[in-house]
Ligand binder design. Structure first.
Ligand code: SF4
Ligand code: SF4
Length: 356
């Protein structure tokens, strides 16, 4: 295992880190049944990762990741609190709620988290989070009081990451990317304003869909090529830990497939939309184009029910707007020259065909 600096925090983190969703137990819709781990199994998996050099463990407040936060606290007590770095998060956007969430997390963990993120920040909550008295002010206060060590923003949106990169209250960012959805990572690589912050990248397996198509070493190695501090991988078995961490990331040299090569692999299964989720397209009607395209890809890659459900939300309205849209400003900024309006019509047709 190799280690990288976590921005300006002074911490050194393992370049492959442990995501705790798969060690939770309970009724969480995103949880496949085989990840239904009890406490002793969960601790054994985390211990295995620790023995392989992993020192960063990422979780979220109960119940966002079920009971994973509690299990991580127990693991920290077993292994020695000072030997690992705990990253935690909560989806609360107001300052008061965030302050109380961190206190709850400290109780659940039985210790103080090293990193604490505002979780899943999107445009509708951005001003609340960044504004006066919002979640980031609360994290700054908690940091001053010694209840967390460093503050962060976790989001799937490039513009919000960039805002976080320029905010002095933010020490660490957490964003997503993988072989298929690499557009945001490409932009982060080009943007020097990200360099002062630690950066954790998640979703490198694309919700578990890509390992059936590409070796996990390729998926992880791909993300490590970017200026990130650590690649977070959800792990639920010792075998998964071995696959993710049991190799030398610097030797042998990995061949990272180009975006076109990734598309050509997927073309054997369906007609992928060549969208890398760079998020440069903007729709004046509010259609989140990159998210629609993601759900389309995920539908064909195996998350059919979940993806279809999400696609159904507002798709007919989006398709209607596209039919009436003359200027089509979204197309002007798309480097892939995707015929966005036509793809949205195609997706709308798909949701009608498969609607139950
Ligand atoms: S073509 Fe459709 S997605 Fe693009 S800007 Fe117009 S309404 Fe929005
Ligand atoms: S549609 Fe084009 S501009 Fe929009 S996210 Fe995809 S690749 Fe980027």
């Amino acid at each position: 295992m190799y280690y990288r600096k976590l921005g300006n925090t002074g911490l050194e983190v393992s370049e492959i880190s442990f995501g705790t969703i798969p060690i939770l137990q309970g009724n969480i819709p995103v949880l496949p049944a085989y990840f239904n781990l009890d406490e002793s199994e969960a601790l054994a998996v985390m211990t295995h990762a620790f023995q392989m050099g992993c020192n960063l463990f990422d979780t979220a407040i109960v119940p966002e990741y079920g009971d994973a936060e509690i299990k991580l606290g127990k693991f920290a007590a077993c292994v020695g609190r000072e030997r690992i770095i705990i990253s935690d998060k909560a989806r609360f956007f107001g300052g008061g709620e965030m302050y109380r969430a961190v206190e709850t997390s400290c109780e659940n963990l039985g210790t103080v988290p090293d990193l604490y993120f505002v979780h899943q920040v999107d445009a509708s909550h951005e001003e609340e989070v960044f504004g006066r008295g919002g979640a980031l002010d609360a994290l700054a206060e908690l940091k001053a009081e010694g209840k967390i060590r460093f503050a962060g923003v976790a989001t799937h949106y490039y513009d919000i990451l960039l805002r976080g990169a320029q905010d002095e209250r933010v020490d660490v960012l957490q964003g997503s990317g993988n072989l298929l959805e690499r557009g945001m990572l490409d932009r982060i690589r080009q943007e020097t304003r990200f360099r002062g912050k630690g950066f954790l990248v998640n979703k490198v397996y694309a919700a578990g869909l890509l390992p059936a198509r590409f070796p996990v070493r390729t998926l992880i190695g791909f993300a490590l090529e970017y200026p990130v501090s650590s690649v977070l991988v959800g792990l639920g078995t010792k075998e998964q830990v071995e696959a993710a961490m049991g190799w030398d990331t610097r030797n042998p040299k990995r061949a990272v497939p180009s975006f076109e090569e990734v598309l050509s692999v997927l073309e054997k299964e369906y007609a992928p939309i060549p969208c890398d989720r760079c998020q440069r397209c903007v729709c004046p009607y509010g259609t989140e184009i990159h998210t629609l395209f993601r759900q389309y890809q995920y539908f064909y890659l195996g998350k059919d029910y979940w993806a279809l459900k999400k696609l159904g939300l507002g798709i007919s309205e989006s398709a209607r707007h596209c039919q009436e849209c003359v200027a089509m400003p979204c197309m002007d900024t798309c480097p892939q020259k995707i015929r966005i309006a036509q793809e949205i019509q195609k997706i709308e047709k798909l949701t009608r065909e498969y609607a139950v």
